[in-house]
Design a protein around this ligand. Sequence first.
Ligand SMILES: Nc1ncnc2c1ncn2[C@@H]1O[C@H](COP(=O)(O)OP(=O)(O)OP(=O)(O)O)[C@@H](O)[C@H]1O
Ligand SMILES: [Mg+2]
Length: 304
Amino acid sequence: MTPTNGTGTHGAVLQDTEPEDGSAVVELRNAGKAYGNIRALHGVNLTVRPGQVTCVLGDNGAGKSTLIKIISGLHQHTEGEFLVDNTPVRFTTPRDALDKGIATVYQDLATVPLMPVWRNFFLGSEMTRGPWPLRRLDIEKMKKTADHELREMGIVLDDLEQPIGTLSGGQRQCVAIARAVYFGARVLILDEPTAALGVKQSGVVLKYIAAARDRGLGVIFITHNPHHAYMVGDHFSVLRLGTMELSASREQVSLEELTNHMAGGTELAALKHELAQVRGVDVEELPEEEDLTAPVATAPEGSA
Ligand SMILES: Nc1ncnc2c1ncn2[C@@H]1O[C@H](COP(=O)(O)OP(=O)(O)OP(=O)(O)O)[C@@H](O)[C@H]1O
Ligand SMILES: [Mg+2]
């Protein structure tokens, strides 16, 4: 049962059926979240399986961050169910999520730029040696382990003594991914890891997403970019205004369809209309004028 992630939460819901192959580590069933009166998320179904990449796509304000904040223990859902290993859970702190093996790499990585790479790798979980009260940091072991772990993930840095702030954004993402793997993550959540990166660096990060997947982690990859998603994704969920507009496996959706879902035809048309009023923008490449549906309510300000 439950072959692919259909949207049916009311149908044959797996209550306490025996786990199937690739059974879910994390699952949201009809989950939602309201911030006071604001309903940020509603009726969301999402399944994360070991060794698979689940992509969550959506425009600004679609609810992507809200979704991962529920899973990473920063916020609580106010509707529906959230299950880990088929058991309903309600996390109160990110620590609860970490204890279940759910690690989140935020875009503004919580690193200390001036500290060496190896030190950042162990930040907050330093290795120590010697008996109390003589216990001190086991620097050699930490350096060795960080080096080994990074290599295991295929990340080769010249010098682990260099401040992490001197690494590129992509490299820092990779260190964060390797760190999560080392500390035993089963689920890795990446909030727009490629958003600020160029083509080449994005490629590197995508490579490590695949590496984490190959090591059996369930990955939740949040992105605006359908191309990036399609390169590594097994399942695609598109959020729009807080609800799930599309939930499809790789076999069910092409890159072209995914792109269309992301940049919905109507939005593109409206964008074209706005851009046409700005001098110096070539709108030729955008869709045909007749696709324009709704008039744009307010004309944009003359000056940019
Ligand atoms: N703490 C909060 N209090 C009230 N409303 C919130 C809060 N956080 C988010 N929202 C609202 O919930 C909706 C979804 O926001 P969310 O940050 O999840 O979107 P997003 O898809 O991550 O967007 P972006 O791509 O810009 O990061 C938005 O309308 C936002 O204004
Ligand atoms: Mg966000």
